[in-house]
Design a protein around this ligand. Structure first.
Ligand code: CTP
Length: 418
């Protein structure tokens, strides 16, 4: 049993997906971890699980409507219960909210500020930094809808956290992406995400780099990589939630971080270096998560290269880009913490990571093993091992990038204390 949920007031939102049949188990697990649970349900959720079942699991009356018959969720908000403003008081008294399952419609409603049901209404009333965790569940085609993906990306860019979905058997009988993880996994990840760390990095200035770099070949072509920036955005979100002030220097990605950090968008390794140098004096912790291109074309054409101007094949001479991490780690001031990432594959990875830790003068290195399924570029999950200067190594299980970010920052906070 983790301590993270003990004594916490958790709002459990249940929306209309067949995965709602797992909601009583989620509520029971949250309770068994010592949390106080209030449940709000949409009308569609009640097609799959009854309000009575949820009331039994939470040991308190379930909220099923925006206006009538609200429960009494504790002395602080007792007077408000009879009022139509119950959602404000309930949301303000909560430590976190979990919407599991979170249907495609719920994602769309939250994105579009359509707060006509009790789940969306209470979620909309959460104070800005109270964690809102979404566990999407739907059929694969719905999951892949651009409107769903775009809405979820927007919500994440404004601080919502996400658990799952995973690939597996869906309600339709098909196998695909969109299945809600099992209640045990959801509650474990939820506990990690909301933890006890609201003040863990209070007042710290954290500088994070993320995404790829694009090194131009000519006016339209570039040398780049597939980094999505998801891990950096998750780190920014977790650091912000732990009380840090976050600056994010990002290569070209589609990821949104609108409300999370001061963001500086760059394209090339040289531009990233300049931005990092400019921000470095004001940083207590530097996390270099960017997949910086190690090489760039020696020359860049200002116009578009024509194939008839080459004779057959094309040779592009590449030059090394500056090793930003190494430069700043060797020049770091006392007390400044520098964290690097290493993307390796299979055997020998650990030795490489440890080697980079010392060679580059880092305080910590996070190893991503590309050989692990679900880890690395583009995925929503990651599997990492964290190495620190004292020789310690901690292997984490496959986690959502959000949970992974929390674990990494916990280690950073620990190094900061030592
Ligand atoms: N990095 C950097 N500047 C570069 C290249 C990488 O700051 N020009 C940073 C990355 O942000 C990451 C770490 O260095 O934190 C990765 O280290 P690196 O040794 O470059 O990794 P690989 O490119 O994977 O190294 P190798 O080619 O040796 O496998």
């Amino acid at each position: 049993m983790s301590e993270a949920l003990k004594g916490k007031r958790i709002l459990l939102g249940v929306s209309g997906s067949i995965a709602a049949i797992k909601a009583p188990r989620i509520a029971a697990l949250l309770k068994s971890e010592g949390a106080e649970v209030f449940c709000a349900m949409t009308e569609s959720a009640r097609q799959f699980v009854s309000a009575d079942e949820m009331s039994v699991a939470t040991e308190t009356e379930t909220i099923t409507a925006v206006f009538a018959g609200q429960p009494s969720p504790g002395p602080r908000i007792q007077e408000a219960v009879a009022l139509s403003t119950w959602h404000v008081h309930l949301a303000r008294s909560a430590d976190a909210m979990l919407i599991a399952p979170c249907s495609a419609s719920m994602i769309g409603k939250l994105r579009s500020a359509i707060y006509g049901d009790p789940v969306a209404l209470v979620a909309a009333s959460l104070p800005r930094w109270t964690p809102l965790v979404l566990a999407p569940a739907m059929d694969e085609e719905m999951w892949l809808q651009p409107a769903v993906q775009e809405s979820l990306a927007w919500l994440r860019g404004h601080g919502a956290l996400q658990i799952g979905p995973v690939k597996g058997r869906l309600a339709s009988g098909l196998i695909g992406m969109g299945r809600m993880p099992e209640p045990e996994d959801i509650v474990r990840e939820f506990a990690t995400l909301i933890g006890n760390e609201r003040d863990l990095l209070a007042g710290k200035r954290v500088l994070i780099t993320g995404g790829p770099t694009y090194e131009p070949i000519d006016a339209v072509r570039f040398l780049g990589n597939r980094s999505s920036g998801k891990m950096a955005a998750a780190l920014a979100m977790a650091a912000r939630r732990m009380g840090a002030e976050v600056t994010l220097i990002m290569g070209p990605t589609a990821i949104r971080t609108d409300g999370l950090a001061k963001r500086i968008d760059i394209e090339t390794a040289e531009e990233m270096l300049a931005a990092v140098r400019a921000k470095l004096p004001n940083a207590d912790i530097v996390i270099m998560n960017a997949a910086v291109s190690d090489f760039a074309p020696e020359e860049t054409l200002t116009s578009k290269m024509k194939k008839r101007e080459t004779d057959g094949d094309l040779l592009i001479k590449l030059k090394r880009t500056p090793d930003i991490l190494s430069e700043i780690a060797h020049a770091k001031r006392a007390g400044q913490i520098v964290v690097g990432f290493a993307l390796e594959k299979g055997e020998g990875s650990e030795a490489y990571a440890r080697g980079k830790l010392t060679e580059k003068n880092l305080d910590m290195i996070v190893l991503n093993d590309m050989a692990e399924s679900g880890a690395g570029f583009g995925h929503d999950t990651n599997k990492v091992t964290i190495f620190t200067r004292d020789g310690d190594a901690k292997s984490l299980p496959l986690l959502s990038k959000d949970a992974c970010a929390v674990e990494i920052l916990r280690h950073v906070a620990q190094v900061n204390k030592e």
